[in-house]
Design a protein around this ligand. Structure first.
Ligand SMILES: NC(=O)c1ccc[n+]([C@@H]2O[C@H](COP(=O)([O-])OP(=O)(O)OC[C@H]3O[C@@H](n4cnc5c(N)ncnc54)[C@H](O)[C@@H]3O)[C@@H](O)[C@H]2O)c1
Length: 334
């Protein structure tokens, strides 16, 4: 059984990927400092996979501590690096915090990998590297635009670090992950108040908020609201096992967009939630937020073809699962 180091493995995407790694026959070794997650996710993971996993409460920027884990474990085949801060809004307030953690953790991990002869890494990048694109859909050759936030700047810098490093790498540029495992047992335990659409909808549904504010309805889109490529987090997680299989056979540097290839508007998502869960959601129209991208969706042909991977789950399923997660997190009986 190949051991795979999973940094940030107790986070939202990391926890779902750990489940998929186990399913695909890999042995995940988790590193997480709980800066934006909860040990409840390890309980959830172990309930889903029905076995105990190894996890270490370590900051990826601490080289000695990380090295010790790699030495102790031995025979690690590769790393999946999720550990980073992810809030665009927070990064605008605290750019240094984002640079230090997101770039620092990658640099330390690469040093440790080199020392321990680990050659393969999968890196979590983001569609924010494309900024406000001139043509759609974006493919992997779409040039980077000036970063709209310190967060997206860290992703651009990390991608460049990986290009120069001697490791074999797959960079996955995620579009907008939503939903959770159909058990409702693992998900996003972020400390920050959500600023993403779907958690705002579910918080409104459960009564934590009065309504959903749509930031602008006069964009140049069919219903005037912004368009994104929303992908079920389980589909996204599965792309990592496919990427690992691919990297083990194909050394070198690779980049893939990970989305559905379909753009969905804010209003369409709100209506999909209402329909899927039969819950009324109040919404109002607010001012545009500065820095919001009007529309973006992915061309995923490369990942479909090379990784033999395709997003399969519907928006309807994502909305059902997102609602399950909100209830689980708030200890509602599902
Ligand atoms: N969720 C999204 O919408 C999205 C979109 C594009 C890219 N990404 C990227 O995907 C990755 C995972 O995102 P997520 O949504 O699961 O975020 P998350 O915050 O839920 O998970 C990140 C995990 O890393 C841990 N962590 C952070 N810094 C650490 C450090 N220095 N040492 C050890 N652990 C550390 C946190 O405790 C958390 O468990 C991140 O790199 C993020 O930037 C996320």
């Amino acid at each position: 059984m190949s051991k795979i180091l999973v940094t940030g493995g107790l986070g939202y995407i990391g926890s779902h990927t750990v489940v998929e790694l186990d399913k695909a026959g890999y042995t995940p070794i988790i590193i997480d400092n709980l800066s934006n997650s909860s040990t409840k996710n390890i309980i959830g993971i172990e309930q889903i996979i029905q076995k105990k996993l190894k996890w270490y409460n370590i900051d990826c920027k601490k080289e000695d501590a990380l090295n010790q884990v790699l030495l102790k474990e031995g025979n690690i085949h590769g790393a999946i690096h999720f550990a980073a801060y992810k809030s665009v809004e927070e990064s605008i307030k605290y750019p240094k915090k984002y640079h230090d953690n997101n770039i620092g953790s990658l640099e330390v991990l690469l040093n440790c990998m080199r020392k321990n002869n680990i050659k393969n890494i999968i890196f979590s990048s983001s569609c924010t590297v494309y900024g406000n694109p001139e043509s759609l859909p974006v493919d992997e050759n779409t040039p980077f635009k000036k970063a709209e936030s310190p967060y997206s700047e860290t992703k651009q810098i990390c991608e460049n670090i990986l290009k120069r490093d001697s490791c074999n790498s797959v960079i996955l540029r995620y579009f907008n992950p939503i939903g959770c495992h159909n058990s409702g047992l693992i998900g996003d335990y972020s400390n920050n108040k959500p600023t993403n659409l779907v958690p705002i909808i579910t918080e409104t549904a459960i009564g934590k908020r009065d309504n959903v504010t749509i930031f602008g309805d006069n964009y140049n889109t069919p219903d005037g609201t912004c368009i994104r490529d929303y992908i079920h987090v389980v589909d996204l997680a599965q792309s990592h096992t496919k990427a690992l299989n691919y990297l083990i056979k194909n050394k070198g540097k690779h980049v893939f967009n990970i989305g559905t290839g379909k753009g969905v508007s804010v209003k369409e998502i709100i209506n999909a939630f209402i329909k899927a869960n039969n819950i009324k959601i109040n919404y109002s129209i607010g001012k545009k937020r500065s820095g919001d991208i009007e529309k973006i969706w992915a061309n995923c042909n490369l990942a479909n073809k090379k990784l033999n991977w395709k997003a399969k789950k519907s928006i309807n399923q994502s909305m059902i699962d997102a609602w399950k997660w909100e209830q689980h997190k708030n200890n509602h009986v599902i």
